[in-house]
Design a protein around this ligand. Structure first.
Ligand SMILES: CC1=C(CCC(=O)O)c2cc3nc(cc4[nH]c(cc5[nH]c(cc1n2)c(C)c5CCC(=O)O)c(CCC(=O)O)c4C)C(CCC(=O)O)=C3C
Ligand SMILES: [Fe+2]
Length: 366
């Protein structure tokens, strides 16, 4: 259904979907893992183990197909509202590689684009590293467009609403009085401490989002239940502290505490990629099974129309802001809307604290 008034995309002439990337066949697994971990001090043992997770699924991660589906859904949503912007796709760690995508955008004459990153929270891994990748790619392509990154969207009401629905659905498969375990990707505690403009933003944002989901469910059902924020997918050397507890240890604790079941809610992830289908659906599910603890995993946003519409609205919001308007910035929770421009010292890299990574590629070259 065409929209009565088409939204104004200016000053943007394109959108870029930027994601992590993943292998598509067994031969891709090792080179993919090398791309991900180059210079990051991940022990060989851990790499072998993670390789096995991928081989167990035929050497193919679901993440690229999920991004293809998201692209299709975004294009449909843009067309439905008369938002006339081409959408490109590039990855950090696998084809289509970001640099190739930026080259294509440049050849197509794109001047100024806005980037949607498939990571909802502030941290070096989820934000600044992508901005460094953008700056590096833009530096390799003569005449590359300026690219602005959208604000973090985990506390957008639509993102939270998507998880409220999926959590309610998971709880409906469990006994009365079941707990909720919100799960996200573990990161080094030092990376959390330096995340966001004032530090601790990674954990702080997750706690805020979790509290909003719990509060809405409590409003709906009148039931108060145990809720925790726990972590999956720890890597790195054992002597380096990462965020805890691990989801598997947490399941042991819940079983010991006698809870009748647990909804595992992956609020740290926007789609069912390998961390979700292996670390949660395979490994954590086996732990729960061993403990005799009923577990139901809540769906990630994926191509939920709430999520797709939110991304479209954020593009429209940012375009308005760049034109000097003061758009509404929907958000829930205690922390306020995410910032459009990350400060130069936001989420510093632990390994290369001297490196700069401004929010827009234009400022990087200025
Ligand atoms: C915060 C965060 C997100 C969420 C935000 C976002 O979505 O971006 C995320 C997502 C993802 N992580 C992914 C895969 C991997 N992450 C690794 C390693 C690491 N992740 C880290 C953090 C995060 N990672 C960190 C601090 C490391 C240590 C090395 C380093 O400092 O960089 C490794 C190396 C092996 C290992 O040790 O696990 C792999 C293979 C995939 C693709 C899955 C698929 O293929 O379906 C996705 C979406
Ligand atoms: Fe990761």
């Amino acid at each position: 259904m065409p929209h009565p008034v088409s939204p104004d995309p200016s000053p943007y002439d394109a959108v870029l979907l930027l994601s992590f990337g993943g292998p598509e066949k067994p031969e891709d697994v090792l080179p993919f893992l090398q791309n991900v971990t180059r210079g990051r001090g991940i022990p060989d043992e851990r790499l072998k183990e993670v390789g096995e997770h991928y081989y167990g699924f035929g050497g193919k991660s679901p993440i690229n197909d999920q991004n293809r589906a998201l692209l299709a859904a975004l294009r449909e949503s843009f067309a439905d509202t008369g938002l006339d912007l081409p959408i490109y796709w590039g990855n950090r760690n696998w084809a289509p590689y970001l640099t190739d995508t930026i080259r294509e955008m440049t050849e197509d004459g794109v001047q100024r684009a806005v980037v949607i990153v498939t990571s909802a929270y502030p941290s070096y891994s989820g934000c600044r590293q992508y901005r460094e990748n953008l700056a590096d790619a833009a530096a390799q392509v003569e005449g590359a467009p300026r690219i602005d990154k959208l604000r973090h969207y985990a506390n957008h009401p639509s993102f939270v609403a998507s998880f409220v629905e999926s959590t309610a659905e998971a709880l409906s498969r469990l006994p009365e009085g079941s707990a909720i375990a919100y799960v996200t990707h573990s990161i080094p505690t030092a990376m959390n401490e330096t995340s966001g403009p004032d530090g601790n933003a990674y954990v702080g944002w997750h706690l805020d989002v979790a509290a909003e989901i719990s509060a809405e469910l409590e409003r709906r059902t009148g039931t108060t239940r145990r809720t925790d924020l726990v972590y999956c997918s720890r890597s790195g050397p054992p002597r380096v502290p990462w965020l805890e507890p691990d989801v598997n240890d947490h399941l042991e604790e819940l079983a010991a505490a006698g809870v009748p079941g647990v909804a595992v809610v992956p609020i740290g992830f926007v789609s069912d990629h390998m961390e979700v289908i292996y670390d949660l659906d395979t490994e954590a599910a086996a732990t729960a099974d061993k403990l005799g603890l009923p577990m139901a995993r809540a769906a990630t946003p994926g191509t939920d129309p709430k999520f797709v519409t939110m991304l479209r609205d954020l593009v429209i919001e940012r375009a308005a802001a760049e034109r000097g308007d003061q758009p509404e910035r929907p958000c829930v929770g205690k922390l306020g809307p995410g910032w459009d421009d990350c400060r130069p010292d936001c989420c510093p890299a632990l390994r290369r604290p001297d490196r700069t990574a401004p929010t827009t590629t234009e400022k990087e070259t200025a």
